[in-house]
Design a protein around this ligand. Sequence first.
Ligand SMILES: [Zn+2]
Length: 210
Amino acid sequence: MAKTGTIVIDPGHGGTATVGGSSPNNARSPSGVLEKNLALQMAFLVRDALAEAATNGGHTIRTLLTRETDRNLGLRDRALVARNNNADLFLCIHFNASNAHNARGVETLISPRAGNSNHAADRAFAQLIQTATLKALRAHEPLTRDREVKDQSLAVLRESNLGTRARGCLVEIEFLDHRAVDQLFNLGANAPQVRADVAQALANALVEAL
Ligand SMILES: [Zn+2]
């Protein structure tokens, strides 16, 4: 079935200063790869995969990125890109970090039920994103942990910022500060394939969700 819709992809962080609650960077890999740069690269790959999926499937998909360069935007301004463009779907892309640098796994965050009239729809969308990401990663690392879809209050997903039209979620693809994830996404011979596979999985889930 041909799908039509607008998708906004939001690569987390950017630039060198905190803007409107958005820090310039959070996770950093042991080899020095910054979350802000990897998130942007993933956003470009997802956009490319969406364009290809649209061509192949006869879909009419408008894809927008909240940023295409190394700059930061406030959390409300990121949501407003979706709101002001009447987006159907809003996907924030991040990588995680833990204090002890030993956590692993994929999780997808949605705005909590209180104050979120789209909670059920957001959860269904987030579950598609979570399942697709997990499956793509498990093709390379079968034991990748499912940290599941979780409610978390985040300004970038808040209904007062995002509005009520778009379904939104934030995927934390993996823990970038873990050595094994650095290997998987950045250093290993397979790293470009891993990045491409995760992007393809995200694009497929987005098309399915439209
Ligand atoms: Zn982040």
